[in-house]
Design a protein around this ligand. Sequence first.
Ligand code: 5GP
Length: 212
Amino acid sequence: MSNNPHARRGLMLVISSPSGAGKTTLSRMLLDRHQDMGLSVSATTREPRPGEEDGVHYHFIDRAEFERRVSNREFLEWARVFDHFYGTPREAVEERLAAGHDVIFDVDWQGADAIHDQMPNDVVSVFVLPPSMDALQKRLELRPGSTPEKVERRMAGARNEIRHWRRYDYVIVNENLDTAYSELETILRSERRKRLRQFNLEQLVQDLLDED
Ligand code: 5GP
């Protein structure tokens, strides 16, 4: 353990939102501006899509390897989505937290719940809401490759995701991206200063009290 009085344990920033409300954009902004933060990279049994890189977008593994990792308890949480399996590796997250680095999780409410169950003291959860369903629909329509059917499906999914907003520690309404980002950073700054995350304060305070 370091002697740096400012040393702290990293936190797990779990960000959820209906698709189109901005969680991926906000996560990318955080990663760009905070070089010490990392994104949790999940393992999956599905095939890589064009442009996806192993170890960057996902760790691509086969079904037997996935099952081995499940029985070894190597995942913080895992789920079956359609025909494929997805899991959050436990060790990579633990190492980063212990080194004082924050880890971002861009997950849906079920993933957020499961991660919180495993490591409740490390999780800070943020839900991002759109300002209106109309605004959400417009954002979805602007996505490349959007079709009326896809937009309709995503809007139904969005209503379902929004119903779970009460499970989160913080809620941000993303009407203006810069404002939403600045609110997210404020949450991060405050949570980093939580007493329990600053494990070297005991020593600093002792030294302060020992000084005349
Ligand atoms: P895709 O195959 O399109 O990348 O992801 C399909 C779904 O799997 C998405 O809803 C995504 O959020 C979810 N997913 C990706 N990684 C994980 C994970 O580690 N755990 C869980 N529970 N879901 C995941």
